[in-house]
Write a protein that binds this ligand. Structure first.
Ligand code: ADP
Ligand code: MG
Length: 260
């Protein structure tokens, strides 16, 4: 049994079955890439793992720290050490990045507004942000801006990785953190992720393209097509996909056009 074990997960959205029996084990220290064409169910997997209410679990379990994640509310999953970087980060007007990050971190540390000893000291918090924002090439002005408001695509994705760096999860799900980014942003984001790699972190790196895998080298690669894994292996799977794309599995012209 891996540290984070997905067992035969079946999920429906709006009454349609999208994930049709997904099993995957992630040990801390490992990077697993999940690749697949558009509409194959990658974000359904990421949202389900974090507990999004629109995704209905039809069957299966997700075991982490002897608990079934699927029975817990989202915030409890986060406290337990699971993190999701969203494919489409949400704008939160009126809440500054700095306030948001501090509140999230304090919530994870168990600070409920009463026991001040659990809250991070302002000086420590500033030092933490400064070093992480340096790696991500983000300047201080981000901290006083509202969460994702007016951020470019690259800035939003970097802001997600900054959250990850602050919250220090044990299992991080990165949903197309590379999509829509120019090569510099992919490099900064990859540096941020690589800096956190290590024996205490397992990563589920969801991507459509192989490009980010040149910078964040996966240990395992799984190909998701129509809600099922059709192929799993080592980095060589990504190398093969680089050449052939998903054509072997995606035959319908409609799906091919959507992919292009
Ligand atoms: P991917 O991330 O691999 O591109 P998704 O998991 O986003 O794929 O989508 C898989 C399928 O589920 C698609 O057919 C999509 O239209 C459908 N789907 C996902 N989320 C929703 C939703 N909130 N409402 C309706 N359909 C959805
Ligand atoms: Mg997606």
């Amino acid at each position: 049994m891996a540290d984070f074990q997905i067992e035969d997960l079946r999920v429906s959205v709006e009454g349609r079955e999208i994930l049709k029996g997904i099993s995957l084990g992630i040990d801390k220290g490992e990077v697993h890439a999940v690749m697949g064409p558009n509409g194959s169910g990658k974000s359904t997997l990421s949202h389900t793992l974090m507990g999004h209410p629109n995704y209905k679990v039809l069957g299966g379990r997700v075991l982490f720290k002897d608990r079934n994640l699927l029975e817990m509310p989202t915030e409890q999953r986060a406290r337990l050490g699971v993190f999701l970087a969203l494919q489409y980060p949400v704008v939160v007007p009126g809440i500054t990045m700095s306030n948001f990050l501090r509140t999230a971190l304090n919530a994870k540390r168990g600070y409920d507004g009463k026991d001040k000893s659990k809250a991070i000291a302002p000086k420590e918090f500033r030092a933490l942000l400064k070093s992480e924002m340096g790696v991500l090439h983000m300047d201080d002005s981000f901290l006083s801006r509202y969460v994702n408001e007016g951020f470019s695509g690259g800035e939003k994705k970097r802001a997600e990785i900054l959250q990850m760096a602050v919250l220090k999860p044990e299992i991080a799900i990165l949903d197309e953190t590379d999509s829509g980014l120019d090569i510099d942003s992919i490099k900064f984001v990859s540096e941020g992720v690589n800096r956190m790699r290590g024996p205490e972190l397992g990563i589920l790196l969801i991507t459509h393209y192989t490009r980010i895998l040149e910078f964040v080298r996966p240990d395992f690669v799984h190909v998701l097509v129509d809600g099922q894994f059709v192929l799993s292996g080592g980095p060589e799977v990504a190398a093969a996909l680089e050449k052939t794309g998903y054509a072997e599995w995606v035959k319908e012209p409609q799906a091919a056009a959507q992919e292009a």
